[in-house]
Write a protein that binds this ligand. Structure first.
Ligand code: GCO
Length: 454
């Protein structure tokens, strides 16, 4: 039985998206599968999650991803981004687990049966322990190890997946792991090391790109770029420092793919990688937040740019130690404009807000859809949108504290409850866009920045 009544009115939309537009949701293996054994599990056991949580059974996908696939189908979702957990596929170096690969095959077949196109990501923050112990991406062999893993995955799943995401957010992986220390391996202040890590990931990306194309020439391969808007508060110095922060955080991987090297000044600290140039069939964008930036001599750790969220800015729930960031639908425009310089199709591979009570999410979704519509009208090649995420999942260093799902999850009972946003998203998908009436129906609530009290 369907959870929903059939919609009464036929689509008669004012903001109609191109036919074939992909309306998806995005997930990541470690955040949903449960009971993985990777460097994040070790990090959690060492008590490093700010909330003290463990990932545990997560959303129990290893046993029952199909429960969420059914929900996705009910919501009319036609694309789903998931990732393959390297530590399951290659639990020891060189030993590949056929049972794990068979389970992924079963998942992808399950998606196809439900009319949902899978996008498979090969690396979403988690590493096998053996890989981590050998230095992660700082080990000179790392790119070729990643290539061997890719080869095996593509040999088994290649006929079931046409669009591959090699890496999720190399900039976040490198910055949080080697500069802020919030992610494993927890190193701090090592900007040069972070650039080396990104360079190695770019090499691994290029190898994976070619490996996939060798056996599946029609496949499309890209990566997921996290893009943050750094908004200067006003003065010349504010603008200058916000530009530098954006250059370091947003630009690096783009530059490697465009030119095979970082631009100045990042080029001072890293090797050129000419083989990476052009290894990309689409650009994936993960867009969430805007941060305001002001020049501040006391903020040496942030290159003298103090980054903050103004009190009046719309926000979802707060992190344990700091705000997650302003919920800023306009960020899609900044990110798409940057990505379009690569002249490739663009997918918004993540967008969302932590919002347990669904205070801000409906407003965000409607406004992001409007922004995408305008961009498509202007000729931007946006081919799909993947909301982060379908069902609440384990939010890395924040644990279960931040809730991004269209569907609320009780991780203990595994009970799922649809938030109003789930119904809204379904309506958008059903209409393949927005009606004029819908546009006015989701204003910002009066109190937009009240932090969530658990
Ligand atoms: C990231 C990741 C996701 C997060 C999501 C919410 O951007 O950090 O790709 O795994 O869960 O973005 O923070």
């Amino acid at each position: 039985m369907s959870l929903f009544d059939q919609s009464k009115s036929p689509p008669g939309d004012d903001l109609q998206f191109p036919s074939g537009f992909l309306w998806g949701v995005a997930t990541a293996a470690h955040q949903v599968e449960g009971n993985n054994e990777n460097q994040w599990t070790a990090w959690e056991r060492a008590g490093k999650i700010k909330s003290g949580d463990l990932c545990g059974a997560a959303c129990d996908w290893w046993n029952n991803a199909e429960c969420d696939f059914d929900l996705a189908q009910e919501l009319k979702i036609n694309a789903l981004r998931l990732s393959v957990e390297w530590s399951r596929v290659e639990p020891e170096q060189g030993r590949f687990d056929a049972t794990a690969l068979a389970r992924y095959r079963q998942m992808l077949q399950g998606l196809h049966r439900r009319g949902i196109e899978p996008f498979v990501c090969l690396h979403h923050f988690s590493n096998p322990l053996w890989f981590e112990q050998q230095g992660g991406f700082l080990n000179p062999e790392a790119p070729s190890r990643f290539q061997q893993f890719t080869e095996r995955v593509v040999a088994v799943l290649g006929d079931l997946c046409n669009r591959w995401v090699t890496f999720n957010e190399p900039n976040v992986y490198a910055t949080l792991g080697y500069v802020t220390g919030e992610f494993p391996p927890g190193r701090k202040g090592e900007v040069g090391t972070a650039l080396k890590v990104m360079t190695a990931m770019a090499r691994a990306h290029a190898l994976a790109y070619r490996t996939i194309h060798e056996s599946h020439s029609q496949a499309e391969v890209g990566w997921a770029q996290h893009y943050v808007v750094f908004q200067p508060v006003g003065g010349v110095l504010d603008g200058w420092i916000a530009g530098i922060q954006s250059q370091i955080f947003n630009e690096g991987f783009f530059q490697l793919l465009e030119n095979g090297r970082f631009s100045f000044p990042l080029s001072l600290g890293a090797q050129a990688v000419p083989e990476v140039r052009g290894a990309c069939d689409f650009v994936g964008l993960n867009v969430y937040s805007r941060f305001h930036v002001t020049f501040d001599l006391k903020s040496a750790g942030q290159l003298f740019g103090r980054v903050f969220v103004p009190d009046e800015a719309p926000q979802g729930d707060c992190g344990m130690e700091k705000p997650f960031g302003e919920a800023f639908p306009g960020g899609i425009r900044n990110a798409v404009k940057r990505a379009s310089r690569m002249e490739k199709p663009i997918y918004i591979l993540e967008n969302g807000v932590p919002d347990a009570k669904d205070r801000v999410r409906p407003w965000l979704i409607v406004n992001v859809v409007q922004e995408m519509y305008k961009l498509i009208q202007e000729g931007q090649p946006i081919r799909g949108y993947f909301h982060w995420t379908l069902t609440d999942n384990f939010e890395w260093a924040e644990g279960w504290n931040l809730r991004f799902g269209l569907v609320a999850l009780d991780p203990v009972t595994q009970k799922r409850t649809l938030r109003p946003s789930a119904y809204l998203y379904r309506e958008i998908i059903h209409r393949n866009g927005l009606s004029k009436e819908m546009i006015g129906q989701y204003p910002l609530p009066n109190s937009v920045s009240a932090p969530w009290q658990p």
